[in-house]
Design a binder for this molecule. Structure first.
Ligand SMILES: Nc1nc2c(ncn2[C@@H]2O[C@H](COP(=O)(O)OP(=O)(O)OP(=O)(O)O)[C@@H](O)[C@H]2O)c(=O)[nH]1
Ligand SMILES: [Mg+2]
Length: 226
């Protein structure tokens, strides 16, 4: 059986499409963020909280991936921004072709901020670059502090860790500090925000990170033009 070369070819085809997406996002001044976590950590909840806090004039759009159902798109469409569900039909991650295909009928000129919610999975999405400027990994306090050590790739590749569901800390044995130390053992200096999408605690820190990230993207673009 000759599996390794085939895997290499599939991944390099993905990288080629992702590089073209990245260039397109750069040319249009879009900050694209790829949100990754285990199923149920709160990716859609974080996006709901984010969209509800943004002014209607904000040029934001969301692609949300799941194996089945349009549930997440239905939750996110309520806020009036462009949202599209990508159902993979079994594949455990999004790939660059899916992103390219689902962007064809959107005008990139009209988007400044594009969120991609990946399929709930802490492993496979780490291997598929989608042209994003940054990956954001979520970990909720019901999952255990050891997850950065067990699934290092996604923690190493993500710019930001969102520690979610901190409202549950009184009820679960989870040491925030240990989880953060573990994340920084894998990714020294990793930025971390602690939030509760239920109570809204910490969300201002997440929104401030978003604003800073968008600002630095625009600054880099302006420098490239000069
Ligand atoms: N207590 C508590 N529950 C939360 C919080 N954030 C999300 N939840 C709940 O966790 C469950 C899963 O949240 P989702 O936002 O659907 O998680 P997801 O990561 O988008 O899930 P998938 O798309 O299926 O991978 C829902 O019942 C949410 O209400 C939080 O901060 N605190
Ligand atoms: Mg979701």
């Amino acid at each position: 059986m000759n599996r390794v070369p085939l895997e290499k070819k599939v991944l390099s085809e993905n990288d080629r499409v992702a590089a073209s997406l990245r260039e397109s996002f750069r040319a249009h001044g879009i900050l694209c963020l790829n949100l990754i976590s285990s199923p149920g950590s709160g990716k859609t909840s974080l996006l709901e909280r984010t969209l509800e806090s943004l002014p209607a004039t904000k040029r934001v759009a969301v692609l949300t991936g799941d194996i089945q159902t349009e549930n997440d798109a239905a939750r996110l469409k309520r806020f009036g921004f462009p949202v599209k569900q990508i159902t993979t039909g079994g594949t455990c991650h999004l790939d660059a072709r899916m992103i390219e295909h689902n962007l064809v009928d959107w005008r990139l000129e009209d988007i400044d901020l594009l969120f991609i919610e990946n399929v709930g999975n802490l492993v496979c999405p780490a291997s598929y670059y989608l042209g994003e400027a940054a990956k954001v990994v979520l970990l909720s306090v019901t999952e255990g502090e050891d997850k950065p050590l067990k699934y290092p790739s996604i923690f190493f590749k993500s710019e930001l860790l969102v520690l979610n569901k901190v409202d549950l800390l009184p009820y679960v044995p989870f040491e925030l500090q240990t989880a953060e130390e573990n994340a920084r053992r894998i990714h020294p200096g990793m930025e971390i925000v602690r939030v509760s999408c239920t109570t809204g605690n910490g969300l201002e820190e997440w929104l401030a990170w978003l604003e800073r990230r968008q600002h630095s993207q625009q600054f880099a673009r302006a420098e490239a033009v000069v």
